[in-house]
Design a protein around this ligand. Sequence first.
Ligand code: PGA
Length: 257
Amino acid sequence: MTSTNRTPVITGNWKMYKTIEEAVSFVKGLIPLIQDAPAKVYIAVPYTAIRPAADEAQDSSIVIGAQNMNDATEGAFTGEIAAKMLTDAGAKFVILGHSERRRLFNETNAFIHRKLEKALSEGLQPILCIGETAQERKEGKTEEVLKQQLEESLGSIRGDQMATTILAYEPVWAIGSGQPALPEEAQAMHHFCRHWISEKWGEEVAQQVIIQYGGSVQPKHAKNYMDQPDVDGLLVGGASLTLESFNQTIHYSSLGN
Ligand code: PGA
């Protein structure tokens, strides 16, 4: 198993935080701090901030994206947003299947799969979130749950599409709880996912897929995750909201354990 060819990706997920002004001033402040970053930096901003944040980030390496989308091209879906609207606003990627969407908005794997296909066809890079609940973990069903989420959300996309799709392993019990998974636990699940991908699309594709860990990531433990061979990045919620903690997380290698 080699992880040498994968450039790490650290994604901030701002959820329902930040006005346009706050988003733009954050991006402006982050640009000079990440010139020498060891990872690519993505930020999933609120819809209203996509265009201004993307404009602010345009001469930098920061990649701006969205946190959700609908699977339809367009139509009478009050309050929804289409992939084309996101790319039009400057989004380059989209988070799909976040556990808050699954839990609070009843999103199913089938729906997430349709969104994934749509995102790919519109040139938006998906970050597909998967993860087990505390109860499923207690019952020893973690791998079973991940397998089902992978199978049903990814479906039979092509190998080249799989290779550019980012996976985010986010145990539901770890999100926003202050109780992150142990780095070794994350590694075991990432390895499980990569192995599953290799069985379906082959080892070459599996070796290209970026697998992020998410769930209560703090700058102080970022390096412990990134040291794991199958952890290629982080999906960061709370710690992405201030410049200081996000910048420290991005520069994980310069922080101790
Ligand atoms: P958290 O959120 O880092 O605040 O736990 C992670 C996520 O929901 O993606």
